[in-house]
Design a protein around this ligand. Structure first.
Ligand SMILES: N[C@@H](CCC(=O)N[C@@H](CS)C(=O)NCC(=O)O)C(=O)O
Length: 213
């Protein structure tokens, strides 16, 4: 069996997603920790984004496609439910996370803290303040979604949860979003419980180079 390579910096929430997927499935992998737009990445992703994957002759970009491959090419517990309704429900959440939650919570809010582009490197307060009211709405939606069973879909940990967890990991670290998380009791206990999974602990994003947290 050829080596499965997950290519991308471990600080990326999407790299974290595919690493958790490998660990939950029980698939051994090697992490190649490179940043976006490096030759290893550009050779596979048409827009140079991470993660990308290499497994023998198979190369893939996009976290959802990589997770599909991990879930279907290997033995192990299903990451996405095989039941049509629950499978569709998981896809619904993955899409909501990728097209709504990540753009607001990560690309707008987190980036305004970590890569603000301000002259003195201080957080971009305008971008943060603009994000907060919309984030409150997102946190409420997620809080209600996990209130009943403690999972996004059914009562098991699925690929939908795997997609959300790395984003919550970063939200927990930032001041406004950390306080927001703690104010949403169901989401907060969901986060604490799933972060204690061995897969989530092993794949947790390390600090960005040159930063403390
Ligand atoms: N839709 C992609 C998104 C991947 C993505 O946005 N990766 C970020 C790192 S978390 C990236 O490569 N950013 C560099 C860029 O946008 O140029 C996926 O699901 O894999």
């Amino acid at each position: 069996m050829p080596e499965l390579q997950i290519i991308g910096a471990p600080q990326s929430n999407y790299v974290c997603v595919v690493r958790i997927a490998c660990l939950e499935k029980g698939v051994p992998y090697t992490l190649v920790p490179v940043t976006p737009h490096t030759p290893e990445v550009d050779a596979i992703h048409p827009f140079g984004k991470i993660p990308v994957m290499r497994h023998g002759d198979v190369t893939l970009s996009e976290s959802r496609a990589i997770c599909f491959y991990i879930d279907h090419a290997f033995e192990g517990p299903p990451l996405a439910p095989r039941n049509p309704v629950e499978g569709a429900r998981a896809e619904e959440w993955i899409s909501l996370v990728n097209t709504h939650i990540d753009p607001l919570l990560v690309r707008q809010y987190l980036v305004a803290h970590l890569f603000p582009g301000t002259p003195d490197g201080s957080p971009n307060r305008a971008a943060i303040e603009a994000a907060l009211p919309k984030m409150e709405q997102h946190f409420t939606v997620l809080d209600q979604a996990v209130a009943k069973t403690g999972d996004l879909v059914g009562n098991t940990f699925t690929l939908a949860d795997i997609n959300l967890l790395p984003i919550l990991f970063y939200m927990n670290k930032m001041p406004e979003s950390g306080a927001m998380l703690r104010r949403h009791a169901s989401l907060s206990s969901y986060f604490e419980r799933h972060m204690s999974r061995p897969s989530a602990r092993e794949a947790a994003p390390p600090p960005f180079p040159g930063r403390q947290s």
